[in-house]
Structure formats: structure tokens, C-alpha cells
Design a protein around this ligand. Structure first.
Ligand SMILES: CC(C)(COP(=O)(O)OP(=O)(O)OC[C@H]1O[C@@H](n2cnc3c(N)ncnc32)[C@H](O)[C@@H]1OP(=O)(O)O)[C@@H](O)C(=O)NCCC(=O)NCCS
Length: 260
């Protein structure tokens, strides 16, 4: 089941939320993990029938969000996370899978089960990704949409060394900045620190090319983690996993979900 493209369930809203095939292997075992993606096309349906997706306590939190962009990102992120978790736990009732925020803002599951997965969420204004992975194998996700917006605000976080390492693998400096940013943000989620630490600490090691759109790299100060980075159309996606597992994502399916 995890390695096929599957429909988790039909929510009755005419949209079949889907997973992107994700395989994580440790030398001695396969790590149970699910990656879900949702785009804004499903948003109106969720808002119409929130009871199919949210526990009342979660929906009150949604209703407290006054900025429309934040509300939409939060809803899509939570729903992607519920879909990944639903597949992980084989629990069809999304509204029973309450995704709270931990003390650092990280997603935490509240559910009657002692097999809780680790969770990670990322969103832009139109797309959200979430992963549910076996406890003890933390995964960090990040997505950014490439724009020609000014990258000055990234200059203090991305070092000249980072830029040099990415120079041959990225079409321009703007791309290199955003790519390095996603690679660092994904690690900051695994570490739970977010942008509260100088991202210069999260310097990259030389990347290894996988194919024209992807590479993986490690981190100078956090050698226990490895990041897989994809450039898919306008989107940059980074997934961080412990270095001693191998991770494969079906990038063609991921891309087709990003740009339906
Ligand atoms: C983690 C962080 C870098 C993500 O930045 P962003 O630009 O909002 O990026 P994304 O859309 O990719 O990710 C957002 C999701 O990351 C998750 N997240 C937030 N803080 C997190 C943390 N410390 N660790 C792991 N995941 C975290 C949340 O699920 C969030 O989505 P939600 O709020 O809708 O649930 C940023 O939110 C951050 O720095 N948070 C930390 C703040 C902090 O530590 N405060 C101190 C509290 S004591």
C-alpha cells in the first residue's frame, strides 16, 4: 500500500485526496511513512464541510485565524497532515485525528493510539505537503515557490560557501538562495528550532546529483541528517531524513500533483 499511488478515501466531496509514493529504508527495515499533498482546489470543499475533516476543537482554532492567507495555508497543511496520518494509522475518520501544535509550533497528533507517527507540514499559499513517519525517524519538509522576489533577506542565512556549493547545480543565484533556504528550513523543522537559530549554522556539505532535478546533501554541523532536494517547475521541495536511511519519492507524481 505505501508504495502505490492510492486514494485514501473518498471524502464525498468529489475530490480524491492522494498520496505521493514515498519509500524510506533503513539497512535493517523499511520505515513506515506517508507523504500527502493537497492543492487549493480542494479548499472550498473543506470550508463547506469542515466536519468531515476537523474535530470541533481544531475548527475553533481555524475560526480564530483572521488573515485569509494564513487560514487557507493552515487548513491545507492540517488536511494534508491528516491524510498522511490517516494512511499511516489506517484510520478513515479524519476528524478524529486532531493535529495540535507543540510548544515550538511543530505539529503533534492527539489520537487514541500508541503508534503515533512523527509529523511535518509545509505550505505555500496554494499547496501543502505533509509527511507522517515512524516514531524515531523524524522527517522535515519544506516547499518554496520560486519567485523573482528580492533575496536580500536570505543573505544572512545563506553563506558564500552554501552558494558556491550550489552554483553548478542551480541556474542562477536567486534559485540557489531559495534552494538553500528550503534545505535549511527542512532541517530546522527536524531540529524543532525553526528560524530561531542563525541558519548559517545549518551550512551544507557538497551535494550529490541524483538527476537533472534533484540532489541530496548533508550538513556541515549536523552530519546525522541528509536532505533530498527537488526543483520541480516553480517549486523547490526539501525533505530531510536521518542520514542512515535511504529515501525515494516519485518525483513525477509529486510534480503532477503540484501542477494539476
Ligand atoms: C518552522 C518555520 C521555520 C516554518 O516556517 P514557514 O515559513 O511558516 O514554513 P512552512 O509553511 O514550510 O511550515 C509551516 C509549518 O511548520 C510547522 N512548524 C512550525 N514550527 C515548527 C517547529 N519549531 N518545528 C517543526 N515544525 C514546525 C508547523 O506545522 C507549520 O504549519 P502550521 O503552523 O500551519 O501548523 C517557522 O515557522 C519557525 O521558525 N517557527 C519556529 C518559531 C519558534 O520556534 N518559536 C519559538 C516558540 S517557543
Amino acid at each position: 500500500m505505501p508504495h502505490e499511488l492510492i486514494n485514501i478515501q473518498d471524502t464525498g466531496m468529489g475530490v480524491a485526496p492522494e498520496l505521493v509514493p514515498l519509500k524510506i529504508h533503513h539497512p535493517s527495515s523499511t520505515v513506515r511513512s506517508f507523504l500527502a499533498i493537497l492543492t487549493e482546489s480542494i479548499y472550498a470543499g473543506i470550508e463547506r464541510e469542515p466536519q468531515n475533516w476537523f474535530h470541533p476543537s481544531e475548527w475553533s482554532r481555524v475560526n480564530a485565524l483572521k488573515v485569509e492567507k494564513r487560514r487557507k495555508e493552515f487548513v491545507l497543511g492540517r488536511c494534508a497532515c491528516k491524510l498522511a496520518t490517516s494512511a499511516y494509522l489506517e484510520e478513515p475518520h479524519l476528524e478524529h485525528l486532531v493535529i495540535n501544535a507543540g510548544i515550538f509550533g511543530q505539529p503533534i497528533l492527539r489520537f487514541l493510539s500508541n503508534h503515533h507517527p512523527e509529523l511535518s507540514i509545509t505550505h505555500t499559499d496554494t499547496v501543502a505537503l505533509a509527511v507522517a513517519s515512524e516514531q524515531g525517524c523524524p522527517i522535515g519538509l519544506d516547499i518554496e515557490k520560486l519567485t523573482d522576489r528580492n533575496t536580500d533577506f536570505l543573505a544572512e542565512h545563506i553563506t558564500q560557501r552554501d552558494l558556491r556549493l550550489l552554483a553548478g547545480l542551480t541556474p542562477n543565484v536567486n534559485h540557489a538562495y531559495f534552494r538553500a533556504w528550503t534545505i535549511k528550513e527542512a532541517l530546522s523543522k527536524v531540529l524543532r528550532c525553526g528560524i530561531t537559530i542563525p541558519f548559517a549554522l545549518l551550512e551544507l556539505e557538497p551535494p550529490t546529483l541524483i538527476d537533472a532535478n534533484s540532489f541530496y546533501c548533508e550538513y556541515r554541523n549536523f552530519p546525522q541528517y541528509r536532505c533530498y532536494s527537488w526543483s520541480l517547475g516553480q517549486y523547490l521541495i526539501a525533505i530531510v531524513a536521518p542520514r542512515n536511511v535511504s529515501l525515494e519519492v516519485d518525483a513525477d507524481i509529486l510534480f503532477s500533483r503540484l501542477v494539476p
